[in-house]
Design a binder for this molecule. Structure first.
Ligand SMILES: [Zn+2]
Length: 204
């Protein structure tokens, strides 16, 4: 009987040590903010009754459901209006490791197509942002239906006021027939979300 109690005690110690190991020594996850462009009364680009705000929500949800490796935060979780200042306040309080602002584009010229990355040179982290933009665009180009345009700089409010590496990603043009198809197609959205998610996981 004594032996059984002794064995039980040993196993308890092993179990509790195991738990301690998984909590205290687990690597700290990096914090990533996904900024969902537009929302609520701000529809963003709208073509054939398809709104930019909804497309970015669909893709953000897919990233959330596939990624457990990084700590994800979102500037909005539903179809609601959030001012640019409130977004920046939320981000700067959180001090994340990366901010990824997701949008889709529109243009009068329906031949314009492809994804575009933007960074702001006014941001102190612009060098890191450029590095991440280049890596993520390489990752996204593996989805061979996405054309990646050259990296651009722009003083967008979110980018220049965020105190963290930050990039804005226009995933394609709703005004271009081919881009419209992949931006609104569930399987293509999955591929885009998976690429972004896989890239974020490697940032650990
Ligand atoms: Zn937008």
């Amino acid at each position: 009987m004594k032996k059984i109690v002794y064995l039980l005690l040993i196993s308890l110690v092993i179990v509790s040590f195991g738990f301690e190991k998984s909590t205290d020594f687990a690597p700290k996850k990096i914090n990533v903010v996904i900024d969902l462009g537009h929302g609520g009364t701000d529809f963003g680009a709208t073509i054939k009754n398809i709104h930019e705000k909804n497309i970015v929500e669909q893709i953000a949800k897919k990233i959330k459901s596939t990624n457990k490796d990084v700590q994800l935060y979102f500037t909005r979780t539903e179809d609601q209006f959030v001012s640019l200042q409130d977004r920046v306040n939320f981000i700067n309080e959180l001090k994340p490791d990366l901010v990824l602002s997701i949008h889709v584009n529109a243009n009068r010229d329906n031949q314009k197509s492809g994804a575009e990355f933007f960074i702001a040179t006014q941001n102190d982290f612009s060098k890191k942002s450029t590095e991440i933009a280049n890596e993520l665009s390489t990752k996204l180009s593996e989805n061979n239906f996405i054309k990646i345009n050259t990296l651009k700089t722009a003083p967008f409010f979110i980018l220049k006021n965020t105190k963290a590496p930050a990039l804005l990603l226009e995933l394609g043009y709703l005004t271009n027939e081919n881009d419209f198809k992949y931006l609104t197609d569930g399987d293509s959205q999955d591929k885009i979300a998976n690429s972004i998610s896989e890239y974020l996981s490697k940032l650990q």
